[in-house]
Design a protein around this ligand. Structure first.
Ligand SMILES: Nc1ncnc2c1ncn2[C@@H]1O[C@H](COP(=O)(O)OP(=O)(O)OP(=O)(O)O)[C@@H](O)[C@H]1O
Length: 189
């Protein structure tokens, strides 16, 4: 397991731009300093193996993953019922060594609890928000079994964010990136 100095936990609705922002932050700090940890990585890996599917296609941001998203949620929830931190731990176990970890896909209060219990004061939580129209323009379509279940809604009433940033346009993006890099620099220095 790597030894991070700071761990950013990102949450946001589908197509709010979590992944996009995480990649921007990684580019800003560089691969030596920063790595992106995706809880969905080991989750999709195990799901693909168990269901004889194409892991690389499941990782991509295309229609393939959307076809399986609802079933993947139901399947992974059964594993979480027995061990809530199962996929968080699996993702951290395979993370690269770097002082800044960016976890791109926090979805539940139990995810936040697991990270705080493992890494305590290294944790900073960030919520990404984008307008509904912007999310639609990025390809979001309301999907039953995906947008109305815990994996998408469990953190809607969570209020203990260290940062809440908007990502509906370039100005908001730049402002959000500045806040995040300032937060990271204040801990790294
Ligand atoms: N500020 C931005 N400017 C331009 N394009 C953006 C911006 N933010 C996100 N996008 C684009 O919108 C799409 C969705 O973004 P992204 O995959 O990061 O969302 P997400 O919140 O991770 O979604 P999901 O939960 O579905 O994985 C991508 O094609 C991404 O390139």
């Amino acid at each position: 397991m790597g030894a991070p100095t700071i761990i950013l936990l990102f949450s946001g609705k589908r197509k709010s731009g979590k992944d996009y922002i995480c990649e921007k932050i990684k580019s800003h700090f560089g691969v030596e300093k920063c790595t992106v940890v995706r809880i969905s990585g080991p989750l999709k890996g195990l799901y693909a193996k168990n269901h004889n599917l194409d892991f690389q296609e499941l990782l991509s941001d295309g229609p393939y993953k959307e076809n399986y998203r609802a079933d993947m949620i139901r399947w992974s929830d059964k594993i979480r019922e027995k061990e809530p931190g199962y996929f968080c731990k699996a993702a951290c176990d395979e993370a690269d060594l770097a002082p800044v970890w960016i976890v791109s896909d926090i979805r539940r209060k139990t995810d936040v609890q697991w990270f705080k219990s493992e890494y305590s004061d290294k944790i900073r939580t960030i919520r990404v928000e984008a307008d509904l129209d912007t999310r639609k323009n990025r390809g979001w379509i309301f999907t039953e079994g995906v947008d109305d279940v815990d994996s998408e809604c469990n953190l809607d009433d969570f209020s203990d964010w260290d940062l809440q940033i908007k990502n509906s346009n370039e100005t908001e993006l730049q402002s959000g990136l500045h806040k995040i890099t300032t937060l990271v620099n204040s801990v790294l220095m």
